[in-house]
Design a protein around this ligand. Structure first.
Ligand code: NAP
Length: 247
């Protein structure tokens, strides 16, 4: 029960990695406020699943890319839960294409949802964390933000931006005992990756020393470490969780 009594916000937890993080956190005693954009039925079923662990759990329909919505969400969570100890900025999308074919709209949309959401949500929680003199913020970057990837200029720019934001936030808020770290997942099996061709998946797998793709629990376990007091001397770091792909 490493997170017993901690109140956590996770963005984009109706499925995939966010759902995995919510489940592992709840198993470890955290109360979970999570968001989704359109998957209302999946969100309701997650709320019920999490409540079975004896914790408080509530889903909020909230667009993480909208600044005002992030402020309103934070206010509602404080009203409902009392405080915010941990923020996991997980919501994200892809709109892949080669740069030659990428539209301005697809570039801006990915930046808005992946990168601006991290700014919006971090701004929305830091006042309450500063008052409490503690907090842990975990931002979901990607190995693609560290090394780049053909066909993903928009996505890799957003994920690299998250790394810069994470390090700067850690420098600004360290003296307030607020930690901020990023996780760079490798290839994780979720709805985000299921549309890829078998050849592309095999190509990724061949580059992974552990010879398997990851699953949401692999990311959730590292998130739990960063959310817990076990990592109380770790801030401003990027942890690659990629089966050794970036070695
Ligand atoms: P996913 O299965 O596609 O799930 C995305 C989640 O984000 C869903 O819960 C979705 O909600 C939510 N979401 C999307 N746009 C949103 C918005 N504007 N506001 C609030 N919620 C929003 O993706 P995933 O694979 O779990 O990825 C989660 C994070 O890990 C992303 O940031 C992704 O970039 C990162 N990541 C993934 C991989 C991978 O291999 N899967 C690798 C590296 C990094 P709805 O269900 O309501 O649409």
């Amino acid at each position: 029960m490493l997170l017993e009594g901690k109140n956590v916000i996770i963005t984009g937890a109706s499925r995939g990695i966010g759902r995995g993080v919510a489940t592992v956190f709840a198993k470890n005693g955290a109360n979970i406020a999570f968001t989704y954009l359109s998957s209302a039925t999946k969100a309701k079923s997650l709320e019920n699943e999490l409540a079975c662990f004896g914790v408080k759990a509530k889903g909020y329909k909230s667009d993480a890319s909208n600044f005002i919505a992030a402020q309103e969400l934070s206010k509602s969570v404080i009203e409902d839960f009392g405080s915010i100890d941990v923020l996991v900025n997980n919501a994200g999308i892809t709109k892949d294409s080669l740069l030659m074919r990428m539209t301005e709209n697809d570039f801006n949309l990915v930046m808005q949802i992946n990168m601006n959401s991290v700014f919006n949500m971090t701004k929305a929680v830091i006042k309450t964390m500063m008052k409490a003199k503690k907090g842990s913020i975990i931002n979901m970057s990607s190995v693609v933000g560290v090394k780049g990837n053909a066909g993903q200029t928009n996505y890799s720019a957003s994920k690299a931006g998250i790394i810069g934001f994470t390090k700067s936030t850690a420098l600004e808020l360290g003296s307030r005992n607020i930690r901020c770290n990023a996780i760079a997942p490798g290839f994780i099996e979720t709805e985000m990756t299921e549309s890829l061709e078998d050849d592309a998946i095999n190509n990724w797998r061949n580059q992974i020393p552990l010879k398997r793709v990851g699953d949401p629990e692999d990311i959730a376990n590292v998130s739990m470490f960063l959310a817990s007091d076990l990592s109380s001397y770790i801030t401003g770091q990027v942890i690659n969780v990629c089966g050794g792909m970036l070695t």
